[in-house]
Design a protein around this ligand. Structure first.
Ligand code: GAP
Length: 459
Protein backbone atom coordinates (compact mmCIF):
# COMPACT_ATOMS: atom_id res chain seq x y z
CA UNK A 1 0.00 0.00 0.00
CA UNK A 2 1.18 3.53 -0.81
CA UNK A 3 2.13 5.59 2.21
CA UNK A 4 -0.30 8.42 2.84
CA UNK A 5 2.41 10.75 4.15
CA UNK A 6 0.26 13.85 3.88
CA UNK A 7 -2.51 12.40 6.04
CA UNK A 8 0.01 11.07 8.56
CA UNK A 9 1.68 14.50 8.84
CA UNK A 10 -1.71 16.11 9.44
CA UNK A 11 -2.47 13.63 12.21
CA UNK A 12 0.93 14.18 13.85
CA UNK A 13 0.45 17.97 13.68
CA UNK A 14 -2.98 17.74 15.23
CA UNK A 15 -1.74 15.58 18.11
CA UNK A 16 0.83 18.27 18.96
CA UNK A 17 -1.48 21.25 18.36
CA UNK A 18 -4.24 19.86 20.56
CA UNK A 19 -2.18 18.40 23.40
CA UNK A 20 -2.32 14.67 22.62
CA UNK A 21 1.36 13.87 22.08
CA UNK A 22 4.53 15.93 22.49
CA UNK A 23 8.04 14.97 21.40
CA UNK A 24 10.08 14.19 24.51
CA UNK A 25 12.51 16.79 25.92
CA UNK A 26 11.56 19.29 23.23
CA UNK A 27 13.16 22.34 24.87
CA UNK A 28 16.49 20.45 24.79
CA UNK A 29 16.16 19.70 21.09
CA UNK A 30 14.22 16.45 21.54
CA UNK A 31 15.16 12.91 22.48
CA UNK A 32 14.75 10.22 19.84
CA UNK A 33 12.23 7.44 20.04
CA UNK A 34 10.24 8.57 23.09
CA UNK A 35 7.13 10.72 23.42
CA UNK A 36 5.07 12.40 26.13
CA UNK A 37 1.30 12.24 26.33
CA UNK A 38 -0.33 15.64 26.91
CA UNK A 39 -3.62 16.52 28.63
CA UNK A 40 -5.80 15.04 25.85
CA UNK A 41 -3.42 12.14 25.24
CA UNK A 42 -3.40 10.92 28.81
CA UNK A 43 -7.22 10.93 28.90
CA UNK A 44 -7.47 8.96 25.65
CA UNK A 45 -4.73 6.51 26.69
CA UNK A 46 -6.43 5.94 30.07
CA UNK A 47 -9.77 5.29 28.37
CA UNK A 48 -8.10 2.77 26.04
CA UNK A 49 -6.44 1.03 28.99
CA UNK A 50 -9.68 1.00 31.01
CA UNK A 51 -11.53 -0.56 28.08
CA UNK A 52 -8.86 -3.26 27.78
CA UNK A 53 -8.95 -3.93 31.55
CA UNK A 54 -12.71 -4.19 31.54
CA UNK A 55 -12.72 -6.71 28.68
CA UNK A 56 -9.71 -8.70 29.88
CA UNK A 57 -10.22 -8.69 33.68
CA UNK A 58 -13.53 -7.23 34.84
CA UNK A 59 -15.70 -9.26 32.50
CA UNK A 60 -13.75 -12.51 32.99
CA UNK A 61 -14.09 -14.85 35.95
CA UNK A 62 -10.95 -16.69 34.87
CA UNK A 63 -8.51 -13.76 34.52
CA UNK A 64 -6.90 -11.73 37.30
CA UNK A 65 -4.68 -8.66 37.23
CA UNK A 66 -1.06 -8.03 38.19
CA UNK A 67 1.34 -5.10 38.37
CA UNK A 68 4.89 -6.43 38.46
CA UNK A 69 8.00 -4.28 38.66
CA UNK A 70 9.99 -2.93 35.73
CA UNK A 71 13.29 -4.02 37.27
CA UNK A 72 13.66 -7.75 37.79
CA UNK A 73 16.47 -10.20 38.37
CA UNK A 74 18.72 -10.29 35.27
CA UNK A 75 18.45 -14.09 35.50
CA UNK A 76 14.90 -13.76 34.15
CA UNK A 77 16.23 -12.30 30.89
CA UNK A 78 18.84 -15.04 30.62
CA UNK A 79 16.15 -17.70 31.07
CA UNK A 80 13.71 -16.07 28.65
CA UNK A 81 16.34 -15.99 25.92
CA UNK A 82 16.41 -12.20 25.65
CA UNK A 83 20.05 -11.78 26.69
CA UNK A 84 21.18 -14.25 24.04
CA UNK A 85 18.67 -13.78 21.27
CA UNK A 86 16.55 -10.62 21.48
CA UNK A 87 18.19 -8.70 18.69
CA UNK A 88 17.63 -6.95 15.37
CA UNK A 89 20.04 -6.79 12.39
CA UNK A 90 21.83 -3.42 12.53
CA UNK A 91 23.73 -1.68 9.72
CA UNK A 92 25.52 1.62 10.10
CA UNK A 93 26.31 4.15 7.39
CA UNK A 94 30.10 4.44 7.32
CA UNK A 95 30.04 8.20 6.68
CA UNK A 96 26.90 9.57 8.35
CA UNK A 97 26.67 6.90 11.10
CA UNK A 98 22.93 6.65 10.41
CA UNK A 99 21.67 3.31 11.70
CA UNK A 100 19.12 1.22 9.84
CA UNK A 101 17.52 -2.18 10.34
CA UNK A 102 18.52 -4.58 7.59
CA UNK A 103 15.16 -6.40 7.77
CA UNK A 104 13.31 -3.08 7.39
CA UNK A 105 15.19 -1.93 4.30
CA UNK A 106 14.65 -5.39 2.78
CA UNK A 107 10.96 -5.22 3.68
CA UNK A 108 10.75 -1.88 1.83
CA UNK A 109 11.65 -3.72 -1.40
CA UNK A 110 9.27 -6.60 -0.61
CA UNK A 111 11.90 -9.08 0.69
CA UNK A 112 11.20 -10.71 4.03
CA UNK A 113 14.11 -11.43 6.39
CA UNK A 114 12.40 -13.40 9.14
CA UNK A 115 13.37 -13.75 12.80
CA UNK A 116 14.85 -17.22 12.32
CA UNK A 117 17.47 -16.15 9.77
CA UNK A 118 21.12 -16.07 10.77
CA UNK A 119 23.06 -12.84 10.32
CA UNK A 120 24.99 -14.46 7.42
CA UNK A 121 21.75 -15.30 5.64
CA UNK A 122 20.56 -11.71 6.05
CA UNK A 123 23.87 -10.36 4.69
CA UNK A 124 23.54 -12.71 1.69
CA UNK A 125 20.01 -11.39 1.09
CA UNK A 126 21.33 -7.83 1.17
CA UNK A 127 24.00 -8.65 -1.42
CA UNK A 128 21.62 -10.50 -3.73
CA UNK A 129 19.18 -7.57 -3.61
CA UNK A 130 21.86 -4.89 -3.96
CA UNK A 131 20.44 -3.41 -7.19
CA UNK A 132 16.85 -3.20 -5.96
CA UNK A 133 18.07 -1.52 -2.75
CA UNK A 134 20.09 0.97 -4.79
CA UNK A 135 16.97 1.91 -6.70
CA UNK A 136 15.35 2.72 -3.35
CA UNK A 137 18.32 4.96 -2.45
CA UNK A 138 20.29 2.51 -0.26
CA UNK A 139 23.78 1.65 -1.48
CA UNK A 140 24.81 -1.21 0.78
CA UNK A 141 28.51 -0.53 0.07
CA UNK A 142 28.08 2.65 2.13
CA UNK A 143 27.01 0.57 5.13
CA UNK A 144 28.72 -1.86 7.47
CA UNK A 145 27.55 -5.49 7.08
CA UNK A 146 24.53 -6.28 9.27
CA UNK A 147 25.31 -7.43 12.80
CA UNK A 148 23.07 -8.55 15.64
CA UNK A 149 22.16 -5.76 18.00
CA UNK A 150 20.56 -6.68 21.35
CA UNK A 151 17.41 -4.74 22.15
CA UNK A 152 17.44 -5.02 25.94
CA UNK A 153 18.03 -1.67 27.66
CA UNK A 154 20.72 -1.96 30.32
CA UNK A 155 20.85 0.06 33.54
CA UNK A 156 23.36 0.41 36.35
CA UNK A 157 20.81 -0.27 39.09
CA UNK A 158 22.51 -1.63 42.19
CA UNK A 159 25.90 -1.47 40.47
CA UNK A 160 28.03 0.26 43.14
CA UNK A 161 31.45 -0.91 42.04
CA UNK A 162 33.62 -0.32 39.00
CA UNK A 163 34.14 -3.97 38.24
CA UNK A 164 31.35 -4.49 35.79
CA UNK A 165 28.68 -6.10 37.89
CA UNK A 166 26.06 -8.06 35.99
CA UNK A 167 23.82 -5.47 34.29
CA UNK A 168 20.19 -5.10 35.32
CA UNK A 169 17.77 -4.54 32.44
CA UNK A 170 14.64 -2.49 32.02
CA UNK A 171 12.04 -5.06 31.05
CA UNK A 172 11.74 -5.73 27.33
CA UNK A 173 8.20 -7.13 27.65
CA UNK A 174 5.77 -7.15 30.56
CA UNK A 175 4.85 -10.83 30.32
CA UNK A 176 8.04 -12.09 32.02
CA UNK A 177 6.75 -10.49 35.24
CA UNK A 178 3.61 -12.59 34.79
CA UNK A 179 5.48 -15.87 34.24
CA UNK A 180 7.62 -15.48 37.33
CA UNK A 181 4.53 -14.67 39.44
CA UNK A 182 2.35 -17.47 38.08
CA UNK A 183 2.94 -19.66 41.16
CA UNK A 184 2.26 -16.75 43.54
CA UNK A 185 -1.03 -15.99 41.84
CA UNK A 186 -2.02 -19.63 41.80
CA UNK A 187 -1.13 -20.14 45.48
CA UNK A 188 -2.81 -16.97 46.78
CA UNK A 189 -6.07 -16.81 44.81
CA UNK A 190 -8.76 -19.30 43.93
CA UNK A 191 -7.93 -19.52 40.21
CA UNK A 192 -8.20 -22.93 38.55
CA UNK A 193 -6.73 -24.00 35.25
CA UNK A 194 -7.34 -22.61 32.69
CA UNK A 195 -6.75 -19.10 33.97
CA UNK A 196 -5.16 -15.88 32.84
CA UNK A 197 -3.07 -13.08 34.31
CA UNK A 198 -3.35 -9.62 32.77
CA UNK A 199 -1.02 -6.68 33.12
CA UNK A 200 -0.57 -3.17 31.74
CA UNK A 201 2.86 -1.59 32.04
CA UNK A 202 5.91 0.01 30.50
CA UNK A 203 8.41 -1.90 28.39
CA UNK A 204 11.70 -0.70 26.93
CA UNK A 205 13.57 -1.69 23.80
CA UNK A 206 16.69 -0.27 22.25
CA UNK A 207 14.98 0.03 18.85
CA UNK A 208 17.57 0.71 16.15
CA UNK A 209 15.27 2.82 14.06
CA UNK A 210 12.42 4.19 16.14
CA UNK A 211 10.09 5.39 13.41
CA UNK A 212 6.58 6.24 12.35
CA UNK A 213 5.87 8.51 15.32
CA UNK A 214 4.47 6.56 18.30
CA UNK A 215 4.22 3.32 16.28
CA UNK A 216 7.74 2.19 17.20
CA UNK A 217 9.25 3.81 20.29
CA UNK A 218 12.00 2.91 22.75
CA UNK A 219 9.73 3.31 25.77
CA UNK A 220 6.16 2.10 25.39
CA UNK A 221 3.30 0.54 27.28
CA UNK A 222 2.04 -2.98 26.72
CA UNK A 223 -1.29 -4.57 27.62
CA UNK A 224 -0.60 -8.28 27.89
CA UNK A 225 -2.63 -11.27 28.99
CA UNK A 226 -1.06 -14.68 29.51
CA UNK A 227 -3.47 -17.62 29.65
CA UNK A 228 -2.32 -20.85 31.36
CA UNK A 229 -3.84 -24.04 29.99
CA UNK A 230 -3.53 -27.82 29.97
CA UNK A 231 -1.48 -28.85 26.94
CA UNK A 232 -4.35 -30.64 25.18
CA UNK A 233 -6.57 -27.55 25.01
CA UNK A 234 -3.86 -25.07 23.99
CA UNK A 235 -4.95 -24.75 20.38
CA UNK A 236 -8.72 -24.66 21.04
CA UNK A 237 -8.18 -21.92 23.66
CA UNK A 238 -5.89 -20.15 21.22
CA UNK A 239 -8.69 -19.99 18.64
CA UNK A 240 -11.06 -18.62 21.31
CA UNK A 241 -8.57 -15.95 22.35
CA UNK A 242 -8.06 -14.86 18.74
CA UNK A 243 -11.79 -14.34 18.30
CA UNK A 244 -12.11 -12.66 21.71
CA UNK A 245 -9.38 -10.14 20.94
CA UNK A 246 -10.75 -9.37 17.47
CA UNK A 247 -14.18 -8.72 19.01
CA UNK A 248 -12.57 -6.55 21.73
CA UNK A 249 -10.98 -4.27 19.14
CA UNK A 250 -14.31 -3.97 17.33
CA UNK A 251 -16.07 -3.18 20.62
CA UNK A 252 -13.53 -0.42 21.24
CA UNK A 253 -14.70 1.08 17.95
CA UNK A 254 -12.15 -0.05 15.35
CA UNK A 255 -13.79 -0.85 12.01
CA UNK A 256 -13.40 -4.41 10.69
CA UNK A 257 -12.30 -3.09 7.29
CA UNK A 258 -9.30 -1.46 8.99
CA UNK A 259 -8.15 -4.75 10.56
CA UNK A 260 -6.76 -7.96 9.14
CA UNK A 261 -5.08 -11.15 10.31
CA UNK A 262 -1.45 -11.86 9.49
CA UNK A 263 -0.17 -15.38 10.12
CA UNK A 264 3.53 -15.77 10.98
CA UNK A 265 4.99 -18.26 8.51
CA UNK A 266 8.34 -18.71 10.24
CA UNK A 267 7.82 -19.32 13.91
CA UNK A 268 10.38 -19.17 16.69
CA UNK A 269 11.21 -22.79 17.54
CA UNK A 270 8.98 -23.11 20.61
CA UNK A 271 5.86 -21.41 19.22
CA UNK A 272 2.93 -23.48 17.97
CA UNK A 273 1.22 -20.67 16.12
CA UNK A 274 1.40 -16.90 15.93
CA UNK A 275 -0.92 -14.35 14.38
CA UNK A 276 -0.88 -10.57 14.36
CA UNK A 277 -3.91 -8.36 14.05
CA UNK A 278 -2.80 -5.62 11.67
CA UNK A 279 -4.30 -2.16 11.42
CA UNK A 280 -4.49 -0.04 8.29
CA UNK A 281 -2.23 2.87 9.30
CA UNK A 282 -1.55 5.65 6.77
CA UNK A 283 1.78 3.86 6.13
CA UNK A 284 0.09 0.54 5.36
CA UNK A 285 -1.27 -2.48 7.25
CA UNK A 286 1.10 -3.02 10.22
CA UNK A 287 1.13 -5.07 13.42
CA UNK A 288 -1.20 -3.76 16.10
CA UNK A 289 -1.46 -6.82 18.35
CA UNK A 290 0.23 -10.21 18.61
CA UNK A 291 -1.58 -13.41 19.66
CA UNK A 292 0.75 -16.32 20.23
CA UNK A 293 0.57 -19.97 21.29
CA UNK A 294 3.88 -20.34 23.19
CA UNK A 295 3.70 -23.97 24.37
CA UNK A 296 5.41 -24.65 27.72
CA UNK A 297 8.64 -22.90 26.72
CA UNK A 298 8.45 -19.96 29.15
CA UNK A 299 7.65 -21.83 32.33
CA UNK A 300 10.06 -24.65 31.44
CA UNK A 301 12.88 -22.13 31.00
CA UNK A 302 12.07 -20.43 34.32
CA UNK A 303 11.79 -23.78 36.09
CA UNK A 304 15.19 -24.88 34.74
CA UNK A 305 16.96 -21.60 35.47
CA UNK A 306 15.43 -20.93 38.90
CA UNK A 307 15.44 -24.52 40.15
CA UNK A 308 11.86 -23.96 41.42
CA UNK A 309 9.07 -26.36 40.47
CA UNK A 310 6.56 -24.53 38.28
CA UNK A 311 4.32 -27.53 37.63
CA UNK A 312 0.60 -27.48 38.12
CA UNK A 313 -1.13 -30.31 39.93
CA UNK A 314 -4.51 -31.22 38.54
CA UNK A 315 -6.65 -32.40 41.49
CA UNK A 316 -9.10 -34.21 39.23
CA UNK A 317 -6.72 -36.21 37.07
CA UNK A 318 -3.89 -36.27 39.65
CA UNK A 319 -1.51 -35.17 36.89
CA UNK A 320 1.50 -32.87 37.21
CA UNK A 321 2.31 -30.75 34.16
CA UNK A 322 3.90 -27.49 33.12
CA UNK A 323 1.09 -25.29 31.80
CA UNK A 324 1.14 -24.16 28.20
CA UNK A 325 0.67 -20.46 27.57
CA UNK A 326 -1.28 -18.49 25.03
CA UNK A 327 -0.84 -14.75 25.05
CA UNK A 328 -2.31 -11.58 23.67
CA UNK A 329 -0.08 -8.53 23.56
CA UNK A 330 -0.86 -5.04 22.34
CA UNK A 331 0.89 -1.69 22.67
CA UNK A 332 -1.13 1.20 24.10
CA UNK A 333 0.62 3.63 21.72
CA UNK A 334 -0.17 1.52 18.65
CA UNK A 335 -3.84 1.28 19.62
CA UNK A 336 -3.90 5.01 20.44
CA UNK A 337 -2.45 5.76 16.99
CA UNK A 338 -4.93 3.40 15.33
CA UNK A 339 -7.84 5.21 17.02
CA UNK A 340 -6.51 8.60 15.91
CA UNK A 341 -5.87 7.48 12.32
CA UNK A 342 -9.34 5.99 11.98
CA UNK A 343 -10.97 9.06 13.58
CA UNK A 344 -9.26 11.85 11.66
CA UNK A 345 -11.82 13.37 9.27
CA UNK A 346 -11.92 16.48 7.11
CA UNK A 347 -15.35 17.72 6.04
CA UNK A 348 -16.44 20.65 3.91
CA UNK A 349 -18.79 22.94 5.84
CA UNK A 350 -19.79 25.87 3.63
CA UNK A 351 -16.50 27.36 2.40
CA UNK A 352 -14.51 25.94 5.27
CA UNK A 353 -12.92 22.61 6.06
CA UNK A 354 -13.94 21.17 9.40
CA UNK A 355 -11.36 18.88 11.02
CA UNK A 356 -13.07 16.48 13.37
CA UNK A 357 -11.73 13.53 15.33
CA UNK A 358 -14.56 10.99 15.25
CA UNK A 359 -13.16 9.09 18.21
CA UNK A 360 -15.53 6.35 19.42
CA UNK A 361 -17.68 8.32 21.85
CA UNK A 362 -17.02 6.16 24.90
CA UNK A 363 -13.27 6.69 24.77
CA UNK A 364 -13.21 10.37 23.74
CA UNK A 365 -10.86 12.36 26.03
CA UNK A 366 -13.51 14.97 26.83
CA UNK A 367 -17.08 13.68 26.78
CA UNK A 368 -18.96 16.93 27.28
CA UNK A 369 -17.89 20.56 26.76
CA UNK A 370 -19.77 23.34 28.54
CA UNK A 371 -19.70 26.54 26.55
CA UNK A 372 -21.48 29.63 27.93
CA UNK A 373 -22.44 31.94 25.07
CA UNK A 374 -20.78 34.90 26.82
CA UNK A 375 -18.30 35.44 29.64
CA UNK A 376 -20.87 37.60 31.50
CA UNK A 377 -21.45 36.53 35.05
CA UNK A 378 -25.15 35.89 34.51
CA UNK A 379 -24.12 33.05 32.17
CA UNK A 380 -20.76 32.01 33.59
CA UNK A 381 -22.09 31.38 37.12
CA UNK A 382 -24.85 28.89 36.12
CA UNK A 383 -22.60 27.37 33.41
CA UNK A 384 -19.89 26.74 36.01
CA UNK A 385 -22.48 25.08 38.23
CA UNK A 386 -23.51 22.93 35.28
CA UNK A 387 -19.85 21.91 34.88
CA UNK A 388 -19.68 20.90 38.55
CA UNK A 389 -22.93 18.89 38.32
CA UNK A 390 -22.10 17.11 35.06
CA UNK A 391 -18.50 16.33 36.00
CA UNK A 392 -19.86 13.92 38.63
CA UNK A 393 -20.87 11.76 35.65
CA UNK A 394 -18.73 12.73 32.68
CA UNK A 395 -15.28 14.03 31.81
CA UNK A 396 -16.13 17.66 31.09
CA UNK A 397 -14.32 20.76 29.90
CA UNK A 398 -15.42 24.33 30.56
CA UNK A 399 -14.52 26.88 27.87
CA UNK A 400 -15.67 30.50 27.63
CA UNK A 401 -12.91 31.91 25.41
CA UNK A 402 -13.38 33.12 21.79
CA UNK A 403 -16.46 32.87 19.58
CA UNK A 404 -18.79 29.92 19.87
CA UNK A 405 -17.85 28.83 16.31
CA UNK A 406 -14.14 28.69 17.19
CA UNK A 407 -14.92 26.79 20.38
CA UNK A 408 -16.96 24.21 18.44
CA UNK A 409 -14.03 23.73 16.02
CA UNK A 410 -11.61 23.26 18.92
CA UNK A 411 -13.87 20.64 20.50
CA UNK A 412 -14.26 18.92 17.10
CA UNK A 413 -10.48 18.67 16.81
CA UNK A 414 -10.15 16.93 20.15
CA UNK A 415 -13.15 14.71 19.41
CA UNK A 416 -15.63 15.90 22.06
CA UNK A 417 -18.92 14.13 21.28
CA UNK A 418 -21.26 16.71 22.89
CA UNK A 419 -21.04 20.48 23.33
CA UNK A 420 -23.53 22.20 25.60
CA UNK A 421 -24.25 25.86 25.04
CA UNK A 422 -25.65 27.87 27.91
CA UNK A 423 -27.24 30.99 26.42
CA UNK A 424 -29.36 33.95 27.58
CA UNK A 425 -32.60 31.97 27.12
CA UNK A 426 -31.22 29.28 29.44
CA UNK A 427 -31.56 31.69 32.37
CA UNK A 428 -35.35 31.68 31.93
CA UNK A 429 -36.23 28.33 30.31
CA UNK A 430 -33.65 26.29 32.25
CA UNK A 431 -32.71 24.44 29.07
CA UNK A 432 -29.50 24.23 27.04
CA UNK A 433 -28.50 23.44 23.47
CA UNK A 434 -26.69 20.15 22.94
CA UNK A 435 -24.66 19.83 19.74
CA UNK A 436 -23.68 16.43 18.36
CA UNK A 437 -20.05 16.27 17.11
CA UNK A 438 -20.73 14.04 14.11
CA UNK A 439 -24.02 15.40 12.77
CA UNK A 440 -23.59 18.96 14.12
CA UNK A 441 -27.32 18.80 14.88
CA UNK A 442 -28.50 20.74 17.91
CA UNK A 443 -31.25 19.87 20.38
CA UNK A 444 -32.76 21.91 23.19
CA UNK A 445 -32.74 19.84 26.41
CA UNK A 446 -34.02 20.83 29.89
CA UNK A 447 -31.13 20.98 32.38
CA UNK A 448 -33.04 18.62 34.69
CA UNK A 449 -32.95 15.91 31.97
CA UNK A 450 -29.35 16.40 30.84
CA UNK A 451 -27.67 13.61 32.80
CA UNK A 452 -30.18 10.99 31.63
CA UNK A 453 -30.09 12.31 28.08
CA UNK A 454 -26.28 12.15 27.89
CA UNK A 455 -26.03 8.80 29.68
CA UNK A 456 -28.37 7.30 27.10
CA UNK A 457 -26.16 8.72 24.33
CA UNK A 458 -23.01 7.14 25.78
CA UNK A 459 -24.61 3.73 26.31
N1 GAP B 1 5.19 -10.67 24.89
C1 GAP B 1 5.16 -10.69 23.51
C2 GAP B 1 5.69 -9.47 22.88
O1 GAP B 1 6.20 -8.57 23.53
P1 GAP B 1 5.93 -8.30 20.54
O2 GAP B 1 5.32 -8.69 19.20
O3 GAP B 1 7.37 -8.02 20.58
O4 GAP B 1 5.52 -9.46 21.53
C3 GAP B 1 3.79 -7.07 21.36
O5 GAP B 1 5.17 -7.02 21.10
C4 GAP B 1 3.13 -5.75 21.03
O6 GAP B 1 3.79 -4.67 21.71
C5 GAP B 1 3.19 -5.36 19.55
O7 GAP B 1 2.13 -5.98 18.84
C6 GAP B 1 3.03 -3.86 19.61
O8 GAP B 1 1.66 -3.50 19.75
C7 GAP B 1 3.76 -3.51 20.89
N2 GAP B 1 5.15 -3.07 20.61
C8 GAP B 1 6.23 -3.87 20.45
N3 GAP B 1 7.34 -3.13 20.23
C9 GAP B 1 6.95 -1.84 20.25
C10 GAP B 1 7.63 -0.58 20.10
N4 GAP B 1 8.95 -0.51 19.91
N5 GAP B 1 6.91 0.56 20.18
C11 GAP B 1 5.58 0.51 20.40
N6 GAP B 1 4.89 -0.63 20.56
C12 GAP B 1 5.55 -1.80 20.49
Amino acid sequence: MEENTDLFEKIINLTKRRGFVYPSSEIYGGFGGVYDYGPMGVLLANNIKNHWWKIMVQKRQDIVGLDSSIFMSPKIWMASGHVGGFSDPLMENKKTHERVRADHILEDIGVIADEKMSIDEINNLLVSNKDALKEKGINIDDYTPAKKFNLLVESNLGNFTDNNDEPVYLRGETCQGIYVNYKNVFDTTNVKMPFGIAQIGKAFRNEIAARQFIFRTREFEQMEMQYFVKPDIEMSEYEKLKQYRWDALISLGLKPENLKWHKHDNLVFYAKEAYDIEFKYPFGFKELEGIHARGNYDLTQHQNHSGQKLEYFDEETKEHFIPHIIESSIGVGRLFLAVLCQSYTEEAVGDETRIVLKIPKNIAPIQVAILPLSKKEELSTPANKLFQDLSDYFMCQYDETQSIGKRYRRQDEIGTPYCITYDFDSINDNAVTVRDRDTMEQERIPVSELVNYLQAKFK
